[in-house]
Design a protein around this ligand. Structure first.
Ligand code: ADP
Ligand code: MG
Length: 618
């Protein structure tokens, strides 16, 4: 492989006027560098493309400070000879074309021979490279674009280019670099794009000495997607293909199912003729395919590969080829949208099992609950119209009546009295879903309640209220608890904390405690766990003062006990139990999360339902 110098410049202009002068070559190169690379990610892109052009199957990147301090790339490609290593940093030095006529048939990323020459002018570079048939390689130290040192070295086949202090000699450009974090994010995004378009290559990426990604060769696109986005996507990712014969176009779409969402578009990648392009309209077409399936402001993950005849696309509208222009953009966008839509629909049909009931039928009529004192709910306001005239409830009844025969063999009579007036809340119990959630209708919402999380919160609040006036019971049979010596050593000085909590403990040996009194509400079998929880808190927070420790221990023990006492997911609840739970939940503080911070309630607005069914037009 040898590098030729392609002379593209016009014959020299004679300059007579003093206002115009020719830029010194190093200055011209610095300016050219700015066109090739504005930021570290652009440099990384040029380097990775060179490695791929050199047939590498392993590419490792080492980045420091978002690429501002160091960008190093190591590949196992075919390497360069000594002569080529010298030539590659010359202007218009390329091994990829010999004349402009070759442009039509080019298959490599690079061809202008500009990148290394201009990048080497604006950083401190070392280039080490060895060809497969040579015993030794060459290592060059380059500063400001000129070789300042050369040594012969034993090297692995391939190329290793490290460049430090990007734009150190172009302060104007250095000033415009974004923060390290922003530059790093741009590199990660680029790295993902290369991983997606070269699944047969092993890629590695490290930042500030930490290995962040190790992406081995993948046998399929699904596998590659799951390697970089999320493992779960491997099973659920949807794959579809489409063609447009006249443009010689083939489209491959790999996209997430409708229940996988992201807050941004950072997991949408588009490739045109295997180049990563930033084309808003293509990404938008993919998103449009999900219309009505994703909540507002949520985005899918998806990868689009488009290959088409060169005459239908212009890849040269951007100096770094990051943007493309299509001759028929609408046709392509429409094809993407339709392909995604069809695929999503097909996948939904697979999930649909019309013979199975969606939720448990109500077996008995709902009874009126006693009215309790209550604090108003933050998200529920008092209904303005009398409950019986609430149209949504009536239509819901009608709906239930209409669908009942399809969902249940034994037809439950529809309850006459379905309205409940509880503590200013007007709710209707629909039933238990998946023996895990309670579904109710309130105002203009459907509300799912996680029965375990909700009950946990209720129990926790009860325990907390009782703790204020702790009542102890003397155990008929004192309970022995066995622990390690070091744990008891840790706990012993804090027995008074346990005592505040209603637990009277005594050490009877190196490894044994005996509990003689417990609070009224602590069941015997939970004592062991309570003590262990207290020890865990002490391990974690040894240096806190007593009152803080007590608070944490108390919270943990309450959370533990309430978790143990609460109904579990999978427990079947009666109507009465569900109603009691709902009423109590709505009467306590902190009702929106369980003691561990998980949500207890998920509210689904009828409005969203209407949007879904396209009834929201006015
Ligand atoms: P271009 O890629 O447009 O040819 P570059 O300036 O990026 O221009 O690279 C110049 C030349 O250096 C390439 O044509 C190639 O011959 C050689 N080269 C650069 N990087 C590598 C590499 N990682 N492995 C082997 N050869 C390389
Ligand atoms: Mg190149």
């Amino acid at each position: 492989m040898s590098i030729l110098i392609v002379l593209l410049s016009a014959p020299g202009l004679e300059l007579y006027m003093s206002k115009i002068h020719k830029l010194a070559p190093e200055e011209a190169r610095k300016i050219a560098a700015g066109e090739v690379a504005e930021r570290p990610a652009n440099v990384v892109k040029e380097l990775v493309e060179n490695s791929l052009d050199a047939g590498a199957t392993e590419v490792s990147l080492f980045i420091e400070d978002g690429g501002k301090k160091l960008i190093r790339i190591v590949d196992n490609g075919f390497g360069m000879s000594k002569e080529d290593a010298y030539l590659c940093i010359e202007h218009h030095a390329t091994s990829k074309i010999t004349s402009v006529n070759d442009l039509a048939t080019i298959t490599t990323f690079g061809f202008r021979g500009e990148a290394l020459s201009s990048i080497s002018a604006v950083c401190k570079m070392t280039l080490s490279t060895k060809e497969a048939d040579k015993d030794v390689g060459i290592s060059l130290t380059i500063k400001g674009g000129s070789v300042v040192d050369e040594s012969v070295k034993a090297l692995n086949t391939g190329t290793d280019i490290a460049l430090a202090d990007l734009f150190y000699n172009v302060p104007a450009r250095q000033k415009f670099l974004k923060s390290k974090e922003t530059e790093w994010r741009a590199i990660v995004q680029l790295f993902h794009a290369f991983c997606l378009s070269y699944k047969g290559v092993t890629f590695k990426l490290s930042h500030n000495g930490r290995q962040i990604y190790t992406i081995p060769q993948a046998e399929s696109l699904e596998a590659r997607i799951s390697q970089i986005f999320e493992p779960a996507l491997k099973r659920t990712i949807l794959l579809a293909e489409a063609k447009h014969e006249k443009m010689g176009l083939s489209l491959t779409v790999a996209c997430s199912p409708s229940d996988y969402t992201r807050f941004d578009r950072s997991q949408i990648f588009c490739f045109v003729n295997n180049r990563w392009v930033k084309n808003y309209k293509l990404a938008q077409a993919l998103i449009k395919g999900y219309q009505g399936m994703l909540p507002p402001q949520k985005y899918p993950a998806g990868v689009l590969f488009i290959t088409l005849d060169a005459e239908f696309v212009d890849i040269n509208i951007h100096p770094r080829k990051e943007e493309v222009q299509f001759l028929h953009p609408r046709i392509i966008q429409g094809l993407i949208e339709q392909t995604v839509k069809d695929k999503l629909e097909e996948s939904q049909q697979k999930l649909f099992r019309p013979a199975q009931p969606i939720f448990h039928q109500q077996k008995q009529p709902v009874v009126q609950q006693p009215v309790k004192e209550i604090t108003p709910l933050p998200f529920i306001t008092k209904p303005e119209i009398p409950p019986k005239e609430t149209p949504t409830l009536e239509s819901q009844d009608a709906f239930l009546k209409a669908v009942t025969p399809y969902f249940s063999e034994e037809q439950a009579p529809m309850p006459e009295q379905q309205q409940l007036i509880v503590n200013d809340i007007n709710y209707r119990l629909i039933g238990q879903v998946h023996t895990t959630y309670i579904l109710i209708e309130i105002e203009k919402s459907l509300v799912y309640i996680d029965q375990h999380a909700a009950h946990e919160r209720i129990m926790y609040e009860r325990l907390k209220a009782q703790f204020e006036a702790v009542a102890r019971v003397r155990l008929l049979f004192p309970q022995a608890i066995h622990l390690t010596k070091s744990d008891i050593d840790l706990l012993e000085p804090h027995f008074d904390l346990l005592s505040d909590f209603g637990i009277t403990a005594q050490r009877t040996s190196d490894t044994e405690l005996v509990i003689s009194e417990t609070p009224l509400f602590v069941k015997n079998q939970s004592l062991d766990d309570c003590i262990k929880q207290a020890i865990a808190v002490l391990h974690e927070h040894q240096y806190l003062d007593k009152s803080e420790l007590q608070k944490i221990i108390q919270e943990r023990i309450h959370a533990l006990l309430s978790c143990k006492a609460a109904v579990k997911a999978g427990d079947t609840l009666s109507q009465e139990e569900m109603n009691n739970l709902i009423n109590e939940l709505y009467s306590i503080k902190n009702k929106l999360t369980c003691p561990h911070g998980r949500p207890t309630i998920w509210e689904f607005k009828i409005n969203d339902l209407e949007k879904k069914f396209k009834r929201d037009y006015r």
